[in-house]
Design a protein around this ligand. Structure first.
Ligand code: SF4
Ligand code: SF4
Length: 139
């Protein structure tokens, strides 16, 4: 018998499948002011040591380093994000970015990249879930 959680109809418009697809950092996993110290502290590292070993400059600014495959160094297969409680805001807000909330085509396109977005749900339902849990917006 199929469990409800395996059935698309019973899943919310978004629920993370822990696949790690969104943890590829081509666009830069930007670390904002205040996040830098918070992540370093969570890892028990001095800020400068954290910057030197875990960060790099990308076009958007200071970002979390990626491995040779392009995946964020904090992604651990089977476990997910190793800094989940303090992860950057950009990560915490995915996939509820304004671009996906405001643009149906962008939301539909994002389904190819994120299996956590439920293809059985409407864009309106996705927006509703996003608005309920939304923090400060990212660009
Ligand atoms: S791509 Fe989607 S389902 Fe996969 S880890 Fe990221 S948010 Fe979760
Ligand atoms: S910080 Fe965490 S959520 Fe963000 S890209 Fe890295 S592993 Fe993924």
């Amino acid at each position: 018998m199929k469990h409800h959680e395996d059935d698309e109809r019973y899943r919310p418009p978004f629920s993370c499948r822990m696949c790690g697809q969104c943890c590829y950092g081509e666009g830069g996993i930007t670390v904002e002011d205040g996040e830098f110290e918070r992540i370093a502290s969570f890892l028990g590292m001095e800020p400068e040591a954290f910057r030197a070993s875990c960060c790099e400059m990308r076009y958007r600014g200071l970002s979390i380093r990626c491995d040779e495959e392009g995946k964020c160094i904090f992604f651990e297969p089977g476990r997910g994000c190793r800094i989940h409680p303090v992860k950057p805001r950009r990560c915490a807000q995915w996939p509820f970015y304004p671009a996906l909330l405001n643009d149906r085509a962008a939301w539909a396109e994002a389904m190819d990249a994120c299996p956590g977005i439920n293809q059985s749900c409407s864009h309106e339902a996705f927006i509703s879930q996003g608005i309920k849990g939304r923090g400060p917006e990212v660009d």
